[in-house]
Design a protein around this ligand. Sequence first.
Ligand code: PEP
Ligand code: CO
Length: 484
Amino acid sequence: MTMTVDDWNPRSWASKPIKQEVVYDNPEGVQTALEKLQKLPPLVTTQEIANLKKSLKNVALGKAFVLQGGDCAELFDYCNQDMIEAKVKLLLQMSLVLIWGANMPVVRIARIAGQFAKPRSSPMEVINGVEMPSFRGDNINGFDATPDSRRPDPSRLVSAYFHSAATLNYLRASLSSGLADLHSPLDWGLGHVITPSIKEKYERIVTRVKDALRFMQTVGIDTDRGVETVEVYTSHEGLLLEYETSLTRLLRDPLAPGETLTPTHPLKTSHTTTTTSSPPKSYYATSSHFLWIGDRTRQLTGAHVEFFRGITNPIGIKIGPSMTPEDLITLLDTVNPTYEIGKVTLISRYGASKISAHLPAHIAAVQSTRHIPVWQCDPMHGNTQATPTGVKTRHFADILSELKQALEIHRAAGSFLGGMHLELTGEAVTECVGGAGGLTEEGLGERYTTFCDPRLNEKQALELAFLVAGFYREMEGEEGVNAI
Ligand code: PEP
Ligand code: CO
């Protein structure tokens, strides 16, 4: 029997089998935290969610590109001015390069303001001979290696909300104060670690953007707010369903442009032509604009898929080598029975050596249906490996190779690779090997600060953006990235 959305409610997932469950030893504490969350205001609005959905529809149709990136695991400590600014500036710089490369608008989604919870391969680990729960993310337990700090603490759920709110507040305030003003992209400050050649290429793109803006000003079309700021949307893995449910609200759908409500006051009349008397309402996850289901929690009959099929937000689904083409179709039918274009972003993450064995069949499966998803390549999670001394890392060459193969496979299949999903940070960390800076395995220890997966640093991330931009330009038969 297939369930319909009518059978759904924000807690219907609770009767399904759940993976990565968190077991607390004080149920009253959980109840108190959830009751508090239920009373707090949404972190994002339905209008913003609708705007993102519209942009992702354009991506699905091949008219825009989506850049999603940020930390693997965000910590409460990352909620500070410098780290938020560094991450946002990096995403803005990369998006500028991609706009130039793909010659289309770029939708920016940060893994920020809520990317706390992490799926783990084992719930327990042994550190210095002591067995204790694994670190599951700042909204669940503490990183410190003591059984006490690792105990799941429900008050962290409420703390997660306030850290998300503070991060989002600063993000919004910075953007509305001109952080993303395209008239001054050089103010986005390239770090001192950027190599001269990348710096030069970047500055040349900036000069071109400035020339274009000057021209628009001269001919009088630079009057919109458009170039003074850009949208940056938030996202995280929707792993902690109790948290997500508490922030899922039945809200009025935003009105379409030109649409107004029929006034409730009988003496007032509407001056607009399109009216609607009973505004429809839907369930929105209001913790973030975009949520995704991880590769470990996407079981067809499991709790996470059940929760996700009822929310109106655009959603992502990670797909790795264990996904069968048949299950992929059933999953799309389940979460998107009305075939909304761009509602679902398929985030493929196979690994550079496995993508060619899996992606073609996944694309063919989707093409045999009416589904038009966004296809996004996550070249990080299938390329994680350990050095001989046991340090978790990723090779820049593997990341680039998976991206390049994804582009070519989509193109050969008549499909559109609409975006990339990266783990990156604006800090000068040493977590991934390679790139123009030539970071070696021996150099990893210098500034290895991730609490989960290895991230691209500023230099590697910007270099990757240039290389991907170059692929697009070369595919269009235009000048390559070296010709900038
Ligand atoms: C992640 O995005 O950090 C993650 C855990 O990914 P995946 O579900 O693809 O393994
Ligand atoms: Co990760």
